[in-house]
Design a protein around this ligand. Sequence first.
Ligand SMILES: Cc1ncc(COP(=O)(O)O)c(C=O)c1O
Length: 480
Amino acid sequence: MTSSPPSGSAARELLLAAAAAPARARGRSLQAALREAVRSGRLAPDTRLPSSRDLAADLGVSRGLVTETYEQLTAEGYLRSGRGAGTWVSGAVRAARPRARDLAPRAQGVRVGFVPGTPDLSLFPRAAWAAAQRGVLTELPHEDLGYPDPRGLPRLRTALAGLLTRRRGVVADPELLVIVSGVTQATTLLGHVLHARGVTAVGVEDPGSPHLDSLYPTTGVRVVPLPMDDEGLALGPLRSSSDVRALLTTPSHQFPTGIAYSARRRAELLDWARSVDGLILEDDYDGDFRYDRAPVGALQGLDPERVAYAGSVSKSLAPGLRLGWLLVPQALAKDVVERKRTMDLGHPTLDQAMFARFLERGDYDRQLRRCRQAYQERRDALVTALAEHFPGTRVTGISAGLHVIATLPEGYGPEERFVARVGAAGVAVRPVSAYRHGDATAPEGDPTVRLVLGYAHLPPSRIREGVRLMAEAAGSHAVA
Ligand SMILES: Cc1ncc(COP(=O)(O)O)c(C=O)c1O
């Protein structure tokens, strides 16, 4: 047995405050303090504690109280009694881990970040949300606080079906809607269901969303990257991938290239799905934001039996709400709902009820109008700033969403060097190549710089500053 001297003064110091607790709470207080001292490692394993008599005298408490504390913690396994006399810190206790760390991605040392994906979180309608929360807490029947229908509250599914029919042209039967925690969960749910039905491979857009694509392998389904052409996902490579029976697509605003699938390609993909008895997952992540015309309706509206439709509030309200929806073909509904049930027994009721109220009262439409106006202004500011500081830049993709694709004029490449240079000046940008499968860099020797620039989270003044900083950092590099 390890032998170390009694650590009388350490124990005394660690327990002194607890010993000063009111008499009624003193015993519990001493136990908690000693437990914490052992857990945190401040009293190391195999440290010998002072005798109960000495510690009681040091702390000015009764010996019985110290004996009781030692006995309790010995019973719990924090302390052990030596073979002869003496009490020791047990070697079995592992020091508690430090406080929870924040694992959310946060940019370090970034002055202006153009990395796409986030809406303007300061536009979150706090007052209307607070009112919805108060209203729901007042009116929600007690029974609604039980385990929810795994599909979601009927009230929310009805309101949401109305919204999606009206705004996105989907065929929305509330019975086929499942409230989920976002497109992420919708993708995972479908992956599991497809896997259970023998689907081994899902085709994904290349370039596409590395985050969503990475989810399928966790469900046992392989991902097959398929290239894009000017009209959408290219048909030739899809047709020659014989094991692909499902597709993940963003037809209203392809992520990241920003194109809208042509009507012809939409029809061709549906024909493909029918011919292989397949399924298309439509990720309508930012379909509400179109600035030059009314948004093109969702693909799902053309064939609800071949398309599962997913969306969320991550771009319209805040990704932190973790709230979204999945509209499934009748043939998959039972399996998807059962998966959702076994995954988490349904989405949190209060959040659902708040969102339902928010929709019913027109607050969501108001929020979309507000964001649309702000984002259009920001997009215009970005396009103008690019024209000023990088004349000759080509901005491609439809006037929609939260990001643009900017192809800089010749002379700024290679891409990697450009990104590193402006990054060193505090401007975070991502090239399109970062969203490609396989080798995520531009082909060697390619002088073109193609950037995916997110603008929605930045006020126009920051956008202008960011583009100016970017031009300053890259300026000496560009060939005139
Ligand atoms: C293409 C695409 N779809 C969907 C999402 C949103 O996922 P979720 O609804 O899980 O927040 C993102 C997030 O950035 C995205 O880039």
